[in-house]
Design a protein around this ligand. Sequence first.
Ligand SMILES: Nc1ncnc2c1ncn2[C@@H]1O[C@H](COP(=O)(O)OP(=O)(O)OP(=O)(O)O)[C@@H](O)[C@H]1O
Ligand SMILES: O=C(O)c1ccc[n+]([C@@H]2O[C@H](COP(=O)([O-])O)[C@@H](O)[C@H]2O)c1
Length: 215
Amino acid sequence: MPVLPRHALPSAPIGAAIGLFGGSFDPAHEGHVHVTQHALRRLQLDQIWWLVSPQNPLKRSGPAPLDTRLGQARSLMRHPRVQVTPIEAQLGTRYTADTLRALLRLYPRRRFVWIMGADNLAGFHRWDNWRVIMESLPIAVVARPGQQLAALSSVAARRYMHARLPQRAAPLLSKARAPAWCFLTGPMRDISSSGLRAKGVWQGADNQYPDGTGI
Ligand SMILES: Nc1ncnc2c1ncn2[C@@H]1O[C@H](COP(=O)(O)OP(=O)(O)OP(=O)(O)O)[C@@H](O)[C@H]1O
Ligand SMILES: O=C(O)c1ccc[n+]([C@@H]2O[C@H](COP(=O)([O-])O)[C@@H](O)[C@H]2O)c1
């Protein structure tokens, strides 16, 4: 996997609260947009960076090419405070723990929050160094249809039950000392990339939604 140049890494002022939203985005969809808007508002973040991952280390099949996914994600997610980035390709990292270690070193005195959907919390204990991640930065988990029980009874949720903040503390999450996490409920979007791929509306290489959006 090629390492992209680092000169175009995003910039953020000292003290900024930045949400990191990692994903395959194969393709990006309204669920991702919803999570992003919800997290921006509820967590009172200055920015959110989408980390379009070169390859999820737990997924066997390869996604569509990174450039293809980046282009489609950028055409969908347009917001002045959101940047869609290939940061992991720029850093040469694949595991989230490695990515976060690099970002925390490259961007001192910023406040990072990891953002993920409830399905990711359910399987979080399978991620490389997941406890290190939990202890490195606050985490916001956004509700996803049908995933609440699996998420809240997961190994990670039980192990870090003591570090769960109530939803009313969400605006303070970025200032909290890790481990700290918050489960954000509210309106949900029942949509997934795999569902879109199964419907055949995303083939990666000739990527087009039926309405013509895409790249
Ligand atoms: N509809 C949704 N509601 C809440 N979170 C979501 C939703 N869709 C995706 N996410 C979250 O976005 C992040 C990136 O997800 P990803 O790009 O794998 O999309 P996906 O729809 O889950 O894909 P797939 O169906 O292929 O697993 C993950 O943290 C995932 O939990
Ligand atoms: O580091 C790991 O072991 C790890 C295992 C599974 C998923 N992740 C990350 O989780 C994020 C969501 O992945 P995905 O494929 O569900 O969109 C993305 O940033 C992946 O790199 C990370």
